[in-house]
Design a protein around this ligand. Sequence first.
Ligand code: ADE
Ligand code: ZN
Length: 334
Amino acid sequence: MLNFINQLPKAELHLHIEGTFEPELMFAIAKRNNIEIKYNSIEEIREAYNFNCLQDFLDIYYAGAAVLIHEQDFYDLTWSYLEKCAEQNVRHTEIMFDPQTHTKRGVSFETIINGISRACKNAELKLNVSSLLIMSYLRHLSEEEAFETLQESLPYKHLIKAVGLDSSEKGNPPSKFKNVFEASVKEGYIPVAHAGEEGPASYIWEALDILKIKRIDHGNNCFEDELIKEIIARDIALTVCPLSNTALKVVDDLKYHPVKRMIELGLKVTINSDDPAYFGGQVNTNYIELQKALGLTKDDLYEFAKNSFQYSLLEEDIKRERLQELELFFEDHQ
Ligand code: ADE
Ligand code: ZN
């Protein structure tokens, strides 16, 4: 099973680049930028990764991201993640980045996007991993600030495929961002959003009806008959993040993870790492731990991988190629 998961061609659809920041690289970048961080060792950093809720994590995550200053920092962060993709046979990844986390500190949009997209281009050539970018608005900030970010992004529109919505969910419903999502779609960005991670089912409804999202990030709190019916009718996938859910106490134990119920109800599920440096595992570890906890079959895992390509934002011809590659693998590894 371990080999099967490691070799399974897959896509990752829910990944925050700032959440891939391993303590070793954080220390190295802090040092070269002459920035003090409040931890004395890598062990001390890891000990701090003990969260009771989403906000506990976000406070530490934003503090960590504050050492990223130069284009090369964003390049190194992204390249390091893409190398891990290649090792795990992640053939395609859709990377979220939070421009406001950096522009608020005086780092330019250009610095961020150039560093990240240069690493992505290089990975396509050297690692055979394809990628695209999802610019995420921070929902604890105002819609006006999201509009400023949209404006800043326009010269780099050709490098960005989609817009997302992340950060503190409770008290920040999707409806708060109605106008900026409408404007983003007009600019050609595809809308996705975190919904129903800690927030209620009504936030998922708002994300669908008001933001018109094409994919639900998390969606754990989707268990209402009418909502399930609607998600299925619209053929929308959920980007589920098992180890994130246990790390942030969204789920008590993987044994009780709702993913099995989701599958049984006919929902389209993909498996992802969210913020792998903080939650104890890359995407393959998420597959492995979930398989062990729920006794999933190779068919179940194949279905997750299939959904990951099917519900990616790849162009149809490339999507078909990736799906064929997966099918050939599965015929050989049943
Ligand atoms: N930003 C990074 N990870 C996140 C998560 N799991 N939920 C909301 N915002 C995030
Ligand atoms: Zn997320």
